[in-house]
Design a binder for this molecule. Structure first.
Ligand code: SME
Length: 160
């Protein structure tokens, strides 16, 4: 596995995702350990996409519990249906929030977060974790992010 990420400097985020996703595939290809892989994926996303906060919450019993992440410290536990993460778990779908202040029940781990995207990953038909990405800019995520990050979730689902 290459241990250095080649980062596209394109101003087009689609191009940056295109350069990144095959490298994420390679990064996890020979490693079965979940925490090791999620840690490197969070770091690769932070480094290549310069996200304010990016990380995973893992379903443990009846809660989402903080997993590997990059960025400021964050809330450790989120209940089913609560916040954007809990809503993505409950609704079993990707949620894009252009303005977190307008999302009922948004959990503000950092007052600097302005917009957010959360995607669930599935094992045997059940949500087992979510990927959460926060931006300090309003309206920073769109369908391009959803599609690219969905590819990352599919890579993750292979080693769950
Ligand atoms: N804002 C999230 C909580 C997690 S932090 O953003 C890292 C939410 O409402 O679920």
């Amino acid at each position: 596995m290459a241990e250095e990420l080649i980062i596209s400097t394109s101003s087009d985020k689609q191009e940056r995702y295109k350069a990144l996703i095959p490298q994420i595939e390679a990064l996890v290809a020979d490693e079965p350990d979940l925490i090791a892989n999620l840690s490197n994926i969070a770091a690769a996303l932070k480094q290549a996409m310069n996200f304010f906060w990016v990380g995973f919450y893992l379903v443990k019993e009846n809660q989402l519990v903080l997993g590997p992440f990059q960025g400021p410290i964050a809330c450790t536990r989120i209940n089913f249906g609560k916040g954007v993460c809990g809503a993505a778990w409950k609704e079993r779908k990707t949620i894009i929030v252009p303005n977190v202040d307008e999302f009922p029940g948004h959990i503000a781990c950092s007052s600097a977060s302005k917009s957010e995207i959360v995607l669930p990953a599935f094992k045997d038909g059940e949500v087992v974790m979510v990927l959460d990405v926060d931006s300090d800019q309003l309206n920073d995520f769109d369908e391009q992010d959803a599609a690219a990050l969905q590819q990352v979730m599919h890579i993750i689902e292979r080693f769950l």
